[in-house]
Design a binder for this molecule. Structure first.
Ligand SMILES: [Fe+2]
Ligand SMILES: [Fe+2]
Length: 509
């Protein structure tokens, strides 16, 4: 095989070849689709010295405007510009030059579009009339993927000869280069789209899980969704801040880990029995056992009456009212109430010659719950969710760049002083994202009306409790002060109310 003599290559061509190689490398390295699309048009223009470029993607048998760039008109639409393109997609009819190139899979070069009889250029002419632009030379290249299927079209306008400061036709060499680049671009687009589709699917599965968890409990009021967003809001505020946290700057991947950890932090609650999660009265299991106690008391009162012991019957019904009242959880039950409950439960009532207990041991144990509605065992059961979160996330194969998601999620109940759970990790083992999530989680849990006996706690009161936690060494006081001083919560609330920041709560059935 004869060796090619590269010395004969013109400097211009060497430069273009060099550029093409660089473009190939940068296209394959780009993971963001919108950045990639911008890059393709930019590089195609660079290779051909084109003033303008438009990229179309083929979807539903139509060519969709995806990127528009024009240097003279200082235009940039689509891609990273954030400015959407409001133009009708192009139908696949051969009188349109882009559709023609896509249908035939052939490159079209035109020296002056105003003189072309082959295609309908009324659109560009109309556009020129508005902008004062003059479209002249044009190069339209179909983008073919690895199996040769056309997936889009690259349209370049007005090749500029800088030496002569003139618009010139696109030359053949430029055409070859853009054709080569277009294939690389098509493959890169497919790869990036596949990655983005996978990422989107992964994210939506995680969000659906979170939303489903929220729907499982009547009282938690979208806890997971709110924590996920508050957590990200706080992390982003810390990331952007350069006064309190000047050295902290999260990478895109780290922010993604933080976001996912927020969504997944309570995933282990899927194993927590519903009646524990939603235990509203102390005697509640699947049913509220106060009904059984009421039956017993009423039956006993009835018997007492038939035996003529009316005063005792009345006293018994008064006790029943008391017991029913104590079935409802309170923040703190008094010693006197506890003593009276014990006294009632200790009684043996002699009815129709046999002894009757009105409250059994397990019922008493539940009624004696001083704070809230959960027994010690049930509190342990609730705490187990953190262990389950760990077990479940351990089974998910996170890609390397998301390897910390499980750690951040699992640590949301750890305390800096080592008194948290599930592992009792101490400050040196608790990284910043876990500390942020712990505060977002606590803030949400404290302020929410997540139990029937609890009213929504005002902001100031919630912060006062969190400050005590910080003084106690449970949570990071520096993050908490930042949270308060920068008004992070109010910013979150505004976004949440407007339904921004990523989540779209599913409607309740
Ligand atoms: Fe939790
Ligand atoms: Fe939580």
């Amino acid at each position: 095989m004869p060796r090619r003599d590269y010395r004969s290559l013109s400097a211009q061509f060497k430069y273009q070849l060099d550029t093409l190689v660089k473009i190939g490398i940068s296209l394959s390295a780009e993971n963001s689709l919108s950045r990639l699309l911008d890059m393709i048009v930019f590089h195609a223009r660079e290779l051909t010295r084109a003033d303008g470029g438009t990229l179309y993607l083929l979807r539903d048998d139509r060519l969709h405007f995806t990127i528009i760039q024009n240097e003279t008109l200082a235009l940039h639409f689509g891609g990273e510009s954030g400015r959407p393109i409001d133009l009708e997609p192009v139908a696949m009819q051969k009188d349109n030059v882009c559709a023609y190139a896509a249908i035939l899979g052939k490159t079209v070069a035109i020296d002056d579009v105003y003189e072309s009889k082959e295609f309908d250029f009324s659109g560009p002419r109309k556009y020129d009339a508005i902008t004062g632009y003059r479209s002249r030379s044009m190069l339209v290249v179909p983008m073919k993927n690895h199996v040769g299927a056309v997936t889009g079209v690259l349209q370049l306008v007005n090749a500029v000869d800088r030496d002569r400061d003139a618009i010139v036709p696109f030359d053949d060499k430029a055409t070859d280069l853009v054709e080569a680049m277009a294939s690389m671009a098509a493959v890169a687009i497919e790869k990036t789209k596949l990655l983005e589709d996978t990422r989107n699917l992964f994210n939506s599965v995680i969000e659906v899980l979170g939303v489903a968890m929220d729907a499982k409990s009547h009282y938690t009021g979208n806890h997971i969704q709110k924590v996920a967003q508050l957590n990200l809001e706080l992390a982003q505020a810390i990331h952007e801040d350069d006064t309190v946290f000047p050295g902290v700057c999260f990478t895109e991947n780290e922010l993604e880990e933080i976001r996912l950890a927020g969504w997944l932090h309570d995933i282990g609650k899927v194993t927590t029995p519903e009646w524990v999660m939603d235990k509203d009265n102390k005697l509640k299991t699947v049913v509220d056992r106060i009904a059984l106690i009421e039956d017993r008391f009423r039956l006993a009162a009835e018997q007492l009456r038939t035996e003529g012991r009316t005063a005792e019957a009345e006293a018994l019904l008064d006790d029943l009212r008391f017991v029913s009242d104590k079935n409802r959880p309170v923040e703190e039950m008094s010693d006197a109430d506890i003593a009276r409950l014990r006294e009632i439960a200790s009684r043996r009532l002699l009815l129709a010659a046999h002894e009757e207990r009105l409250i059994n041991d397990d019922e008493l144990r539940n009624l004696l719950i001083r704070h809230g509605s959960l027994t010690e065992e049930e509190i342990e059961k609730v705490k187990e969710h953190a262990v389950w979160t760990a077990r479940m996330l351990d089974r998910l194969s996170f890609p390397d760049h998301l390897r910390h998601v499980a750690l951040y999620a699992v640590q949301h109940h750890e305390k800096l002083n080592g008194q948290g759970y599930p592992t009792g990790a101490t400050a040196d083992k608790i990284p910043l994202p876990s500390r942020i999530l712990a505060i977002a989680d606590l803030y949400e849990a404290l302020s929410a009306r997540d139990r029937p006996y609890k009213e929504r706690m005002p902001y100031e009161q919630t912060i006062a409790i969190l400050r005590r936690y910080a003084e106690n060494g449970d949570i990071d006081g520096r993050i908490l002060s930042f949270f308060v001083e920068k008004d992070v919560f109010r910013r979150f609330e505004e976004k949440y109310r407007n339904g921004r920041n990523g989540a779209s709560p599913l409607p309740r059935p």
